[in-house]
Design a protein around this ligand. Structure first.
Ligand SMILES: [Ca+2]
Ligand SMILES: [Ca+2]
Ligand SMILES: [Ca+2]
Length: 321
C-alpha cells in the first residue's frame, strides 16, 4: 500500500465523518442535474449521464438505503423545455468492477462504465407521486459492494441517465440507514469524477465542490462546461487564497491548468462558484471535472477529505511596510 492510500484511510478513520445528503451541506448546491437524452447541450448538460459513488465503511454491516429526492422530471423543481417528456433511469450497482473498472471513473458514458452488478433500477418520467418527494432504493447489504482497500470500505455506484426527452431533471441523493427517515451513516462518503449541477438563482449564494489532490499530481487540469460566464470560479487550497480559473460561456468546455505546489498534495481543494451580481444568471447548469498530468480523473468528495481546505498563511514570507 502506498503513502496516499494510508493517508486516505487515516483521514477517514480520524474524522468519523457523517454521511449524508448528496450534495452535502458545505457544498451549497441546490440539485444534481441530468437532462433527457434529446436535450440541447446548450442547456448545460454535456452527456445526459451522472455517476455517483457511495462508500460504506468496512465496520458498517447493517442494511442501508440510497434515497432520491424528486426523482421524476416534471412539477415544481425541474427544468421544462416545451412539454414534460423526459424519462430518466436510476441504476444502482455493486459487485466486482463497480469502481475498479477504468471506464467507471471516466467522465463520459462510454465503454464499460456500467460496470459491476446491477442491484436495482427504476425509470421515472413526469410523476406527481414522486414530485418533491423521496424514492427509496434498497435495502442493500454492504457485502454487495466492491471492497476497495484504499477507501477502507465497500463501494457502490448510482447512475442517473436521461434516456429520452429534452427537459432537465433536478434531484438529490441521501445515503441513509433507514428507509422512512433520512438517517446518516457514520463514516460514509460519496464522490464523483464529474459533477453536473444546478447553481442557485440567488446571486449571493456560493456553491462549492472539493476535489482531492493526490501526491502524484503535478499539474491539475480543470474543465468546466456551459458556465455561461456566470461570475467566477475560484480555487482555495492550503497555498491559494482564491485563484480564478478560466471559465466557459455557452455550450462549450474551457480548460485551465494549475501547477500543484508541494504543500497542496494530499489535500482537498475548494472550488468556489461565485455568481455574477448583475445581471443574475438564472437556471445555470454547469459540469466540472479534473484530471492530473497523466489524464487520470480525480474525485470530488461530498465530504472533503481532511475537511474544508483553508488557506494557510506562510509566516516565512516577510511582509513589507
Ligand atoms: Ca420537453
Ligand atoms: Ca427531478
Ligand atoms: Ca450553464
Amino acid at each position: 500500500m502506498n503513502k496516499i492510500n494510508i493517508s486516505i484511510i487515516f483521514l477517514f478513520v480520524v474524522l468519523r465523518i457523517m454521511a449524508q445528503p448528496v450534495p452535502n451541506v458545505d457544498e451549497n448546491i441546490p440539485y444534481l442535474m441530468t437532462f433527457g437524452g434529446e436535450a440541447e447541450t446548450s442547456w448545460g448538460d454535456d452527456d445526459f449521464s451522472q455517476a455517483f459513488f457511495f462508500l460504506i465503511p468496512e465496520d458498517y454491516t447493517q442494511p442501508f438505503f440510497i434515497k432520491v429526492f424528486d426523482p421524476d422530471t416534471g412539477g415544481k423543481i425541474d427544468e421544462i423545455a416545451g412539454d414534460w417528456n423526459t424519462s430518466c433511469v436510476y441504476e444502482v450497482y455493486g459487485g466486482e468492477g463497480v469502481w475498479s473498472e477504468v471506464d467507471a471513473r471516466e467522465t463520459s458514458p462510454t465503454g464499460n462504465y456500467k460496470s459491476g452488478t446491477l442491484l436495482a433500477t427504476k425509470t421515472f418520467a413526469e410523476n406527481p407521486r414522486y414530485d418533491n418527494q423521496w424514492y427509496t432504493f434498497g435495502p442493500f447489504n454492504p457485502a454487495q459492494g466492491e471492497y476497495v482497500e484504499m477507501f477502507g470500505g465497500k463501494v457502490f455506484k448510482v447512475i442517473c441517465e436521461g434516456i429520452s426527452g429534452d427537459d432537465g431533471n433536478m434531484y438529490r441523493y441521501y445515503l441513509s440507514t433507514e428507509a422512512e427517515t433520512n438517517r446518516p451513516l457514520e463514516g460514509a462518503n460519496a464522490f464523483a469524477y464529474e459533477y453536473s449541477f444546478r447553481m442557485h438563482n440567488d446571486e449571493n449564494e456560493v456553491s462549492h465542490i472539493y476535489p482531492y489532490i493526490d501526491d502524484r499530481t503535478i499539474t491539475l487540469q480543470i474543465l468546466n462546461f456551459d458556465w455561461d460566464m456566470d461570475g467566477s470560479i475560484v480555487v482555495i487550497s492550503r497555498a491559494r487564497q482564491g485563484d480564478r480559473i478560466d471559465i466557459s460561456g455557452e455550450d462549450h468546455w474551457t480548460r485551465d491548468d494549475l501547477k500543484i505546489q508541494e504543500e497542496e498534495k494530499e489535500s482537498s481543494f475548494d472550488f468556489q462558484f461565485v455568481k455574477l451580481k448583475s445581471p443574475v444568471v438564472r437556471n445555470n447548469n454547469v459540469v466540472v471535472n479534473v484530471r492530473n498530468q497523466y489524464g487520470e480523473t480525480l474525485p470530488f468528495y461530498t465530504i472533503p477529505i481532511g475537511g474544508v481546505p483553508k488557506y494557510q498563511y506562510d509566516p516565512t514570507i516577510v511582509e513589507l511596510d
